[in-house]
Design a protein. Structure first.
Length: 292
């Protein structure tokens, strides 16, 4: 039995399951202050005899095992969570091995293993919701280097008719600052879910997201792009993305049919927690290989 955590800015999804990503039990815990949230996480997992835990966390986070702050949430604007020692807090309660990565990277892992990118050795998973982030599988491995990717904070060209200054507290008008859920609400005065019939809103979203996808495609050349999060629940966004991406690419790179190349998650809203269980299984295998 394995454990998984999808740690988000508004809620933690905790699950136990098997090595195939099948969920046996799960719980949702509101993300409040770390001490309160982590205590509830510990109480949930203490009910089960799990052998390893996989965590996909909101970030930025430190994923370098050689770093003294490995396992920490770092420069997040989330109140109370900046510099929080996430992995260390759980290791005080449990002795099993723990895998740690970003929420979008574990979602990419879930989609590559069991979802829309199953059978492919590369894919890109993007979430557009409270924030914007992306995780990538390249040649079968999670993409990381100096740190994990922070693709939601790339700069995009502002629409000539968009006077909005941007919501990102760090960069103002980066992709996340212009196209995230909070940016939609701040710009238009209502949450996106209440603006379903406003075509101009979703057209603008597609305008910004397509620019980002062009850059990701030209740099990473993923074999599948999976678009998750709350904003892409509005299907009009996909049509707008396809339109603007075609205009931007100008057939410079040959791409598959966009409706088959840029798709919704095959695992739906379970991509992240399923990926966390798969990460737990990978972590357990690595731990066993080192101890043999």
């Amino acid at each position: 039995m394995l454990g998984g955590i999808e740690a988000g800015g508004t809620k933690f999804v905790c699950a136990v399951g098997d090595e195939n990503g099948a969920i046996i039990d799960q719980i949702r815990i509101p993300t409040t202050l770390p001490e309160e949230t982590i205590q509830k996480v510990i109480e949930f997992f203490k009910q089960y005899d799990i052998k390893a835990l996989g965590i996909g966390s909101f970030g930025p986070i430190d994923i370098n095992p050689e770093s003294p702050t490995y396992g920490n949430i770092t420069s997040t604007p989330k109140p109370g969570w900046r510099d929080f020692p996430f992995v260390s807090s759980l290791k005080e309660a449990f002795s099993f091995p723990i895998g740690f990565h970003t929420d979008v990277n574990v979602a990419a892992l879930g989609e590559a293993t069991l979802g829309a990118a199953k059978g492919l050795d590369s894919c890109l998973y993007i979430t557009v919701g409270t924030g914007i982030g992306a995780g990538a599988i390249i040649q079968g491995k999670l993409l990381q280097g100096l740190s994990h990717p922070e693709m939601g904070h790339i700069l995009v060209r502002r629409h000539p008719n968009d006077p909005y200054q941007g919501k990102c507290p760090f960069h103002h008008d980066c992709l996340e600052g212009l196209a995230s859920g909070p940016a939609i609400e701040d710009r238009w005065g209502e949450k996106g879910e209440n603006l379903v019939n406003r075509e101009e809103i979703w057209d603008l979203e597609g305008y910004y997201i397509a620019q980002a996808l062009m850059q990701y495609i030209l740099i990473l050349s993923p074999k599948k792009i999976i678009l998750g999060g709350g904003v892409p629940h509005q299907q009009e966004v996909f049509s707008s993305i396809y339109k603007y991406l075609n205009e931007l690419m100008k057939q410079y790179v040959s791409l598959p049919e966009l409706s088959e190349y840029i798709v919704s998650p095959g695992l739906g809203d379970a991509a992240g927690i399923t990926g966390a269980l798969i990460l737990a299984n990978r972590t357990l295998k690595e731990y066993k290989s080192k101890t043999l």
